[in-house]
Write a protein that binds this ligand. Structure first.
Ligand SMILES: Nc1nc(=O)c2c([nH]1)NC[C@@H]1CN(c3ccc(C(=O)N[C@@H](CCC(=O)O)C(=O)O)cc3)C=[N+]21
Length: 290
């Protein structure tokens, strides 16, 4: 029987730390500010952006929500980014992903002032993560996963960690964090082309699933006693739910929970941590920029 890692509770604790830091920044004359830019009308994005702005409000962080129509041009979006880069009230800038198809997301990320890139997606921050330079911003979702491992008391040193997925947002930074000095896991990054994916996963003491395929990880992929971190947030049709869908992770939760020593649920696992770590990064930026 496994222990459920309560992401909501850990996120609440992180937000309490943030509350203290907001007070301390304000005592130093700094009001931290976050700008969230949403292009288009993706309903899931609207939910996430709403909860980011709400969390800022709860903590006393100034927030600015910038909603732009789907037809916004690349040039117009770059102008918005340039204005936020120059705005001293704004310490963190987040451009919600994914933007509409005609937007070159990589160019937008490169246009961000790296010192305000609280997502940690700018090449300068990617490099700082690889260099283990703490002045960079660690992407929020993998940072949240690391905090969950810590709070659950998971021994990472010498552990076999397997990350399924190699995205720039989760898989790749997660692998870097797990192999960092002081964390010291032995890391394998697997993906859709990996030979014998199930066999690779069965070697994992720590298994991180970040593929975006609902319930892909089955019980026979999980070693007895492994720790399972489920990064997936998939909407699957469910007529019995009033919203018409339910949220499920990349892990078949019930059957994997039987074998894992600890496991994160979806919802209530990694998702709330992503927002909490975004707040942390915004405060780090406010502290660094002053
Ligand atoms: N530039 C950028 N930065 C992001 O950080 C970013 C993004 N774009 N695009 C989309 C993804 C997704 N994301 C989530 C944040 C919180 C929950 C979350 O709180 N989930 C709740 C449930 C929410 C619900 O009910 O839908 C949970 O898992 O318990 C989920 C997903 C941030 N993202």
């Amino acid at each position: 029987m496994s222990k459920v890692i309560d992401g909501k509770a850990v996120a609440a604790a992180v937000l309490e730390e943030c509350r203290t830091e907001v007070e301390s920044l304000k005592a130093d004359g700094i009001t931290p500010g976050l700008a969230v830019v949403l292009v288009g009308e993706d309903p899931a994005s609207q939910v996430y952006v709403g909860s980011k702005v709400r969390t800022c409000g709860d903590l006393g962080i100034y927030s600015r929500k910038i909603e732009l129509p789907t037809e916004t041009t690349q040039e117009e979006l770059l102008k918005v980014v340039a204005d936020l880069n120059a705005d001293p009230a704004i310490h963190g800038i987040l451009v919600q992903s994914p933007p509409p198809k005609h937007i070159d997301e990589e160019a937008v990320v490169r246009a961000l002032d790296p010192r305000k890139d609280v997502d940690g997606f700018h090449p300068e921050n990617v490099a700082k993560l690889a260099l283990e330079d703490p002045t960079g911003f660690v992407p929020c979702t993998p940072a949240g996963c690391m905090r969950l491992l810590k709070e659950a008391g998971v021994e990472t040193s010498g552990a076999n960690a397997v990350v399924i997925g190699r995205s720039m947002i989760v898989g790749k930074p997660m692998a870097l964090l797990l192999m960092a000095r002081g964390v010291d896991a032995t890391v394998t990054v697997a993906h859709s082309r990996s030979k014998d994916l199930a066999g690779i996963c069965r070697e994992a003491d720590i298994l991180v699933a970040a593929v975006g395929r609902p319930e892909m990880v089955k019980a026979d992929w999980v070693k007895e006693g492994a720790v399972v971190i489920d990064v997936g947030i998939n909407r699957v049709d469910d007529a019995s739910k009033k919203r018409g869908y339910r949220l499920t992770g990349d892990v078949a939760y019930e059957e994997c929970a039987e074998k894992a020593s600890a496991i994160t649920p979806v919802p209530g696992g990694v998702g709330p941590m992503t927002i909490a770590m975004l707040m942390k990064n915004t405060l780090q930026s406010a502290r660094q920029l002053g």
